[in-house]
Design a protein around this ligand. Sequence first.
Ligand code: PMV
Length: 359
Amino acid sequence: MTHSLFLPNSYKHYPEKGSVSYQSPSNIALVKYWGKYGEQLPKNASVSFTLSHCHTQTTLEYKMKRGAGFHVKVFLDGVETPAFLPKIETFFERIKPYVPFLERYAFMVRTTNSFPHSSGIASSASGMSALALCLVALENQLLSREMTSDYYHQKASFLARLGSGSAARSVEGPLVVWGEHPKIPTASNNFGLRYPFKVHPNFENYQDTILLVDKGEKQVSSTVGHDLMHAHPFAEQRFQQANDNLSKLISVFESGDLEAFIEIVESEALSLHAMMMTSMPYFILMKPNTLEIIQKLWAYRKETGSKVCFTLDAGANVHVLYPESEKDPVLQFISKELAQFCQKGQYICDEVGFGSKKL
Ligand code: PMV
């Protein structure tokens, strides 16, 4: 099914060749997206912090070609990586109606991630977002009238979503909502948008330290994970829970109530993992060290009254979230007490960021 809003008007001219570059951030969901329908449409609304230091930089080089079909080469850190081609070709096939110039050009995609490839941090959100932004930037040159900035970002998020759902939330920042929600009339299943309501200063420059517990390949691809929600006995309750949690977060973002924030965010992380543990087949994606970290973090919070909390992606790594005002003590706690549970003691210090950048 095509979405008519993002079908382009006719193109005015085609530049012979050129290149465009974008940097796109990773994001960490506070309310999780897990379960989809149709073409990567979410079964519930989600909201995420856009990150700052974990990002992908992509340069798209294009040159006019003859004949039909896609012509793409991908380079990761300067090395040609044909293993990425199937994913990119599937993506191109899916987005072709919205960017019909794709078959007119031969493309070279040159991409690098600021975080190590084998860190267990998914690069699909930042990677798909950066590539989508490059394509929209190119399309903007083909049109007789330039896109408005809002439409440009919406179209990039819309295309990124068709590559990887959570990539829809990696175009803007610092807080992004994706998915229809009764309390957010402008939110859409088609693209992410900057969180439109008031946010308390407590959430400014919120910190995210990513503890690398398991740097291996994902045990369960997100495609398989989302599919498992189709026949899941708790699916409907889970989608309702996520939407309810987003409703609660709206008040929390406004009031700055960090106790309430912690409760929602940690419950979301554990609910996501509970879905995996109760699907058929079932999975445990946490490792013993994930639980060690959670226990230590809870003990630290109890002892000190800190407002530190955790969230998880579909893996064993732990995102430690805390207000900027607690940066020094929490970093000390992490290095003294949590780093020992990370592979090679490694963790990445990040914080909330403001979205993609044209380079
Ligand atoms: O974008 P996908 O299809 O890889 O799904 C990612 C889902 C989670 O990262 C587990 C949660 C989320 O909302 O980001």
